[in-house]
Design a binder for this molecule. Structure first.
Ligand code: FES
Length: 308
């Protein structure tokens, strides 16, 4: 969808928020907290950004973009060149970080990770749920949407590590009541620390993480395997040097990808047969029957049959 940038607001020295609309301000596809959109810039960079506005505002999408020191181009372009009135191409929202049913919610964000968490907090407040939100930042001027966080009342707090010391995640998770689900978004060190603490959660509680970068793990060297796209009637040989996604696309099978790093979920394909080595950062169950072919492969060179 071509959307017009209506408003760019500096949230912190490193973060700007961008509000976009249809040219005639007509309604956009609906979304729920946790959803993200893919933004395509004239530089041909495509990036995923969590929606952080109000789902009830059907005419606008709002995202926030942090200037990355090692930007691959997208965040640099947005900070340096994107202006109000420009057109950006946006794919409709997708949600891989949905809020589920829980007795209570603990929402945790660090840095730019506040974007999906803020939308969740606003929603939980509106339905009178039992929730708490903590937004961690190194310095006070590094807190994006500080006014909006403040407007959520005393359930929403900001933890500034330069003033209060590092947020003690272990102690924090040790205090939650059974049945509380944790939703968290932030840089790798933050989400990795929470992932490691998941076994310490009380009964009936779960942890849901949204990552910006892949989980650091090591895998055995790539092996060749074959994959059959059952609906397309195509079988491809996947050599060790190519991803399954590249091989499928090269054979004309309609599978799209975006991040190509196993974090966005856009390339998901259902698996009909064969064992998968899940190398993505989304799958939590080793037996999951969905593969993210941008990074995941067949286990031990087994043949895969895919529903595509
Ligand atoms: S393209 Fe993003 S998970 Fe595969």
């Amino acid at each position: 969808m071509p959307l017009v940038v209506r408003e760019i607001t500096r949230q912190t020295p490193d973060i700007v928020s961008i509000r976009m609309q249809n040219a005639d301000a007509s309604p956009l596809p609906a979304w729920q907290p946790g959803a993200h959109v893919d933004l395509q810039l004239i530089t041909r960079h495509e990036r995923q950004y969590s929606l952080c506005g109000d789902p009830a505002d059907v005419a606008s999408y709002r995202v926030a973009v942090r200037r990355e020191e090692l930007s691959r181009g997208g965040s640099h372009y947005i900070h340096a060149f994107l202006r109000e009135g420009a057109t950006v191409w946006v794919r409709p929202p997708r949600n891989l970080f949905e809020l589920g049913e829980a007795r209570a919610y603990l929402l945790l964000a660090a840095g730019i990770g506040v974007t999906p968490i803020l939308a969740m907090a606003r929603h939980l407040a509106s339905v009178d749920a039992e929730w708490r939100m903590i937004v961690a930042a190194r310095t006070r001027d590094g807190v994006a949407f500080a006014d909006e966080i403040g407007a959520l009342g005393e359930r929403a707090t900001v933890h500034v590590s330069a003033e209060e010391g590092r947020l003690d995640l272990s102690t924090l998770l040790g205090t939650i009541a059974p049945g509380t689900d944790v939703y968290a978004c932030g840089p790798a060190a933050f989400t990795d620390a929470l992932h490691a603490l998941a076994p310490t959660l009380p009964e009936g509680s779960g942890i849901h993480l949204e990552r910006f970068v892949p989980r650091a793990r090591e895998f055995s060297p790539n092996e060749a395997f074959t994959a059959t796209a059952a609906r397309s009637g195509v079988t491809v040989d996947v050599p060790p040097t190519r991803s399954l996604l590249e091989s499928l696309q090269g054979a004309g099978v309609a599978v799209s990808g975006s991040c190509l790093r196993g974090v966005c979920g856009s390339c998901a394909v259902p698996v009909l047969a064969g064992a998968v080595e899940h190398r993505d950062s989304l799958t939590t169950d080793d037996d999951a029957r969905v593969i993210y072919p941008c990074v995941s492969r067949a286990r031990s060179g087994e043949a895969l049959v895919l529903d595509v």
